[in-house]
Design a protein around this ligand. Sequence first.
Ligand SMILES: *Cc1c(COP(=O)(O)O)cnc(C)c1O
Length: 372
Amino acid sequence: MSLAFIDLAAQQARLRPALDRAIAGVLDQGRYIMGPQVAELEKQLAAFCGAKHCISCANGTDALQLALMALGIKAGDAVFVPSFTFAATAEVVPFLNATPVFVDCLPDTFNMDPESLKRAIVHARSLGLNPACVIPVDLFGLAADYDALIAIARENGLKVIGDSAQGFGADYKGKITGSICDITTTSFFPAKPLGCYGDGGALFTDDDQIKALIDSFRVHGKGSHKYQNERVGMNSRLDTLQAAILIEKLAIYAEEIEARQVVAARYTAGLSNRIETPYIPDGLKSVWAQYTLKAASEADRETIRARAKDAGVPTEVYYPLPLHRQNAYKAFPSDPKGLTVSEDLSQRVFSLPMHPYLGQEAQDQVLAAIIG
Ligand SMILES: *Cc1c(COP(=O)(O)O)cnc(C)c1O
């Protein structure tokens, strides 16, 4: 039997009656844009992570752009981003005429390397750029090394935006992502740990002024009413239908995060003497957007992936080419020491099927396929 990489149908089967009621409620009420479910979801999301404010928006990429707009990022500013991430993290920076500067990651957590960030800041200054902001990513569901990264940011006058598209709800030393950075962004793309049935995103902040700016920017830079424009903004709202769906999904999210721990622990127990399994530092808890292994070499990875495919076990490579090597981004600056860890990881990593409804039998099928 072939497994699904991410099985959204199992969750839907569990929630179907509640989802049908929630969707019917929106249809009955007819407030498709900014209906009451949007504000209710924002309240619940803020409470979930312990942030003062949550502002929803149309997707995780817009969330990053809105964050940069609220911080006033502009031409001449350097924004430090990892290279080993999804393109959206860097993509929004040139849109605001600022310069993305690529930073390497750590070989064990795959998250931003604080030493590489320090070198990249010095390098950006030498190019005449103004170091303004850093965007650490909670890659694969694990929070970045925020203590170290925020300390460097404060020393250098940088704002910190956490890109938690993959990591909303992850535990970092007793804090939940969303409550750690100046602004945190997330995505509700269906395959993310907390996903809706379309596009969706959100931002989190404790700062009242930043909250007010994001609220304005997401609706055409509105002032105190809709047809008063205080600033050039965008149209980036979360649909009421998606908010209603997310309220039902958020209600079981904490339980699903625990179910993901069980799958990950069983994978690690079955594989750690055969292949390099994920490293989770003390005091951290991943939400396991991905469970990612490190093969000995690119050839080894392809052998294992082919064997898994034959056994009906899908695997994926996140990410096969780091951003600083992509045509769209290779002209931008990066840590002058090179991004050797990002380059090495892109050749060796691969991810296994992971979702909260992956049963023991399916897990055993995965383990057998990887062990060979
Ligand atoms: C998915 C993702 C985004 C973008 O989210 P969308 O909702 O698809 O726009 C941004 N950053 C990272 C790290 C992601 O994984």
